[in-house]
Ligand binder design. Structure first.
Ligand SMILES: N=C(N)NCCCC(=O)O
Ligand SMILES: [Zn+2]
Ligand SMILES: [Zn+2]
Length: 325
């Protein structure tokens, strides 16, 4: 059955089947092959060959799925039941070559093309931040250059590492060079930590990015930051890329390049809720490296982050359907 028409199939009922039983899918949702097509496809990309420090984000997607067993069907913060409003399904993993970054980038783009071609929006679970480039390429083929909200401790607009163009520190410079971002609406949020030089900031600004540092979030508060971001984005098609290291290492220790002084998970979730009216076409949550995690702190934060993003998309899909009906 194609579930984009008819009643969406929701998560396994945790009052009947204990939530710790059985194989993990995101939020205990059905697999994509069980429902045919989905409005939102949650997909893993187990790839971390683009990292500059600690490896391990290839295991991030499955760690987020495991942690997401505790998510419940109603989201009070957005007053919505995301899995009833739209068909959300777990599309499994995009299997990519760990020994050839260029090939991996091509494979991710092709797989994203296929999924977006079915009409689904993507909620991608990384993987390291390299994967944002092929995902953005694919989204831009469908929507044209997109607005980007990039939550991260890092700029990720550096040029190359050891001569490599495709790494987790360089996806957004490549994306600007390729013309797949709307340079009127680019923001980093949560930025902090030492840089290679002041030029990093000058280059970044020239590419069109605005910066909301983690200290700005602390000083101005989540609501004001969300208002400012919303104004900049307007009704443009929006892609949100969330590097879990935007959070303080206290809130997300399980990541590859941790930086002190980050946002709290409460701040991140609140900013996202403040963006609920934006036209979110796809999103990713990347850089969860479970080997450095403790008590699933990081993967729980990442699962709630993906839940808020999924809720935003589901609400918009339902609203568009009502408007079109
Ligand atoms: N995208 C992430 N997580 N990190 C980028 C850090 C690049 C560097 O080592 O300078
Ligand atoms: Zn980062
Ligand atoms: Zn990053």
């Amino acid at each position: 059955m194609s579930s984009t028409s008819g009643t969406p199939r929701g998560p396994i009922d945790s009052s009947r089947v204990p939530r710790y039983a059985g194989p993990a899918t995101f939020a205990r949702l059905p697999r994509l092959d069980e429902v045919g097509t989905a409005d939102v496809a949650v997909v893993g990309v187990p790839f971390d060959s683009g990292v500059s420090y600690r490896p391990g984000a290839r295991f991030g997607g499955n760690a987020i799925r495991e942690a997401s067993r505790l998510l419940r069907p109603y989201n009070p913060a957005q007053d919505a039941s995301p899995f009833a409003l739209a068909q959300v399904a777990d599309g499994g993993d995009i299997a990519v070559n760990p020994f050839n970054i260029n090939e991996a980038v091509e494979t991710i783009e092709a797989a994203a093309d296929d999924l977006l071609g079915t009409g689904a929006r993507l909620m991608t679970l990384g993987g390291d931040h390299t994967i944002a480039l092929p995902l953005l390429r694919s989204v831009a083929k469908k929507h044209g250059p997109v607005a980007l909200l990039h939550f991260d401790a890092h700029l990720d607009t550096w040029d190359t590492y050891f001569g490599a163009e495709y790494t987790h520190g360089t996806p957004f410079r490549r994306a600007v060079e390729e013309g797949i971002l709307d340079t009127e609406a680019l923001s980093h949020v949560g930025t902090r930590g030492p840089l290679y030089g002041k030029q990093d900031l000058t280059d970044d600004e020239k590419m069109g990015f605005g910066i909301v540092t983690s200290a700005d979030v602390y000083r101005r508060g989540a609501d004001e930051v969300a208002d400012q971001l919303r104004q900049r984005i307007g009704d443009r098609p929006l892609y949100i890329s969330i590097d879990i290291d935007c959070l303080d290492p206290a809130h997300a220790p399980g990541t590859g390049t941790p930086e002190a002084g980050g946002m709290t998970s409460r701040e991140l979730l609140e900013i996202l809720r403040g963006l609920a009216s934006c036209n979110l076409v796809s999103a990713d949550v990347v850089e969860v490296a479970p080997a450095y995690d403790h008590a699933e702190i990081t993967s729980v934060a990442a699962s709630h982050t993906a839940y808020e993003l999924t809720t935003i998309m589901s609400r918009q899909i339902a609203a568009a359907r009502t408007a079109g009906a």
